[in-house]
Design a protein around this ligand. Structure first.
Ligand code: HEM
Length: 545
């Protein structure tokens, strides 16, 4: 396929640039004692803002701030400081500290990347067995092939048997993460059960339940506050990245060795959909490492190291994009809408015009975006490193992009902010553009983000728009206009960068690389404009965000 050939050409040419570059003059030093001390202070600042003392979950006042961004509980951070690598200004774990149960499960690392530090806890302890059993009986199709509570329309009724668990004494971060995942599954299944029933009958979603009962709402708000999350299903903290089990514990996070912990539907395509995210994010440790090296090289104005590090960013994104391409066969387009209902949100969704009241938590209705890959951190990291975020148009669609960045583990959000700020300070794009062959690598890196977003736009057309005229995606963004807002910016950046490169200074292979990438960006920009114009006439409310 053309795009794969072009990808390979890009990688080969980037390698070529490097082969012709003078030998490296410095190496990236990962650990420095003085830095470690600063990191210790930083880590303690990041993780020790104490939360207010928790009281009984049955008291409304104890969790009344659950709709806002909660405070963070006290974490013991000495381990973080000792095992964090030298990075200019952000503690990144070199060692995921898998035995540590007092720091957050999600912390950016060079091994675990954006995945949790330890594999998710797959079965709840015995004291939560009613919750565990409900979740086991919940999916549309159970493991033995029989119909589960959601298929029978009995889930809401069955929830009445759930005790009001008091989570005020739970401090173990692994257990907190599992409880958060499981209560968010309970909440989404409960709120969206009527929509799924109607959708299966008529293709319409109707209205969801507007009150979350206190035996789900209170413990959910409580656990969300403890881990610093919103009290609603999230991409990383619940549905996708805290929802896999290794079949053989000694083997890697690869397709064939992973199964799902919590399905909504139990359909093979749901497994493929979720696990494909995990196998992509399994490469994110390298992405973090290479991103940090690129920032460090730009900071030091070390051209050779910059070229080498940015080329490694390109090749890591290439692996991630190749993994993404397997989605087509792991999760079939015609199946997607069979399980998608349950990952919808309560914000910007016609099914929840008045939001949701969390009984026993607050009388003010809450609105939350639904689970979405938009809350993955790999592309936002690339956007920030390559300074694409600051090129996004100033409009309500870009405001949605920024809002999505608050729906992720706190440490990921802080890391993204750090990368954005550091890239701005060191002027990554400008530094790349000062040298034509660096600019060629920069263009190849932006092209990987294009590759991701373009395939992704194809997914959206083939898995969703082909089968549904519902105007908003699971995260609450307008289905036709939001993704193209970002893809168009990427294409425009490629056109700009490509047109400024002095071709006479390029290695011969890079001449054709730059030419091919720039021309393709031109063509895609024209096609995208036409597609969006047509789809806007077919699907309503595309200007509403
Ligand atoms: C069948 C496959 C997929 C479909 C149909 C799909 C659909 C969507 C849709 C409709 C959005 C718009 C945001 C919203 O939810 O409101 C979105 C955003 C996003 N998704 Fe996916 N997605 C798929 C797979 C993936 C995978 C495997 C990843 C990998 C991490 C991913 C990452 C993203 C990202 C990063 C965004 C934000 C895009 C941007 O910034 O331009 N998605 N997705």
């Amino acid at each position: 396929m053309l795009h794969q050939i072009l990808q390979r050409q890009a990688a080969a040419s980037v390698k070529n640039v490097l082969q012709h570059a003078p030998a490296r003059t410095s190496t990236f030093a990962l650990a420095a004692v003085s830095r470690s001390l600063q990191l210790q202070a930083q880590a303690i600042r990041n993780y020790s803002t104490p939360s207010p003392p928790s009281s009984s979950p049955t008291s409304a006042s104890s969790t009344s701030n659950a709709g806002q961004q909660p405070k963070y509980r006290q974490f013991h951070s000495s381990d973080i400081a000792n095992r964090a690598s030298e990075v200019p200004g952000f503690p990144i774990l070199e060692d995921p500290l898998i035995h540590n149960h007092s720091i957050p499960s999600f912390m950016v690392g060079t091994q675990n990347g954006f995945l949790p530090r330890q594999d998710p806890l797959d079965v709840l302890p015995k004291e939560y067995e009613v919750l565990e059993n409900l979740l086991q009986q919940m999916p549309l199709t159970l493991k033995d092939g029989s119909k589960g509570l959601l298929a029978l329309g009995l889930f809401g009724e069955a929830c009445k048997s759930l005790p009001l668990y008091d989570l005020s004494n739970v401090e173990d971060s692994e257990l907190l993460s599992a409880l958060y995942r499981d209560y968010t599954f309970m909440a989404s299944a409960y709120l969206l059960e009527p929509c799924d029933i109607l959708y299966r009958k008529s293709g319409d979603y109707g209205l969801g339940r507007s009150v979350l009962p206190k035996n789900i709402a209170v413990p959910l708000a409580q656990v969300a506050e403890k881990i610093g999350a919103k009290p609603f299903m999230e991409y990383a903290l619940s549905y996708a990245l805290y929802n896999y089990r290794r079949i053989d514990k000694s083997k890697g996070l690869v397709w064939g060795n992973l199964e799902l912990i919590r399905p909504f539907s139990g359909h093979k395509s749901e497994v493929g959909f979720i696990i494909s995210h995990v196998t992509m994010v399994a490469h994110s440790g390298d992405l973090v490492k290479n991103t940090m090296q690129t920032l460090d090289a730009a900071d030091k104005r070390n051209r050779n190291l910059f070229n080498e590090s940015l080329a490694s960013v390109v090749s890591t994104y290439e692996k991630i994009n190749m993994e993404m391409d397997t989605m087509w066969e792991r999760s079939l387009p015609a199946d997607y809408l069979k399980f998608r209902t349950f990952i919808m949100g309560t914000k910007n969704q016609p099914m929840f015009p008045n939001g949701v009241i969390y009984e026993g938590v607050s009388d003010i209705p809450m609105f939350h975006r639904g689970e979405s890959g938009a809350n993955d951190s790999m592309v936002p990291m690339g956007d920030n490193l390559l300074q694409l975020t600051e090129s996004m148009p100033s409009n309500p669609l870009t405001a949605v992009l920024k809002d999505f960045r608050t729906y992720r583990p706190h440490n990921h959000a802080e890391f993204l902010e750090f990368v954005e700020e550091k890239a701005r300070q060191t002027q990554v794009r400008h530094f790349a553009e000062q040298d034509p062959n660096s600019a060629a690598i920069y263009l190849a890196a932006v092209d990987q983000i294009r590759n991701f977003r373009n395939r992704h736009w194809n997914f959206t057309k083939e898995y969703i728009i082909k089968y549904s005229k519902h105007p908003v995606a699971t995260g609450g963004s307008p289905i036709v206009t939001w993704l193209p807002n970002q893809l168009a910016t990427v294409l425009k950046t490629m056109q700009e960068v490509g047109s400024k490169i002095d071709a006479s200074q390029l290695l011969p292979e890079n001449k054709s690389l730059v030419d091919t990438l720039t021309r393709r960006a031109d063509a895609q920009a024209r096609i995208l404009d036409r597609e969006v114009a047509t789809l806007r006439t077919e699907i309503k409310d595309q200007d509403r965000v």
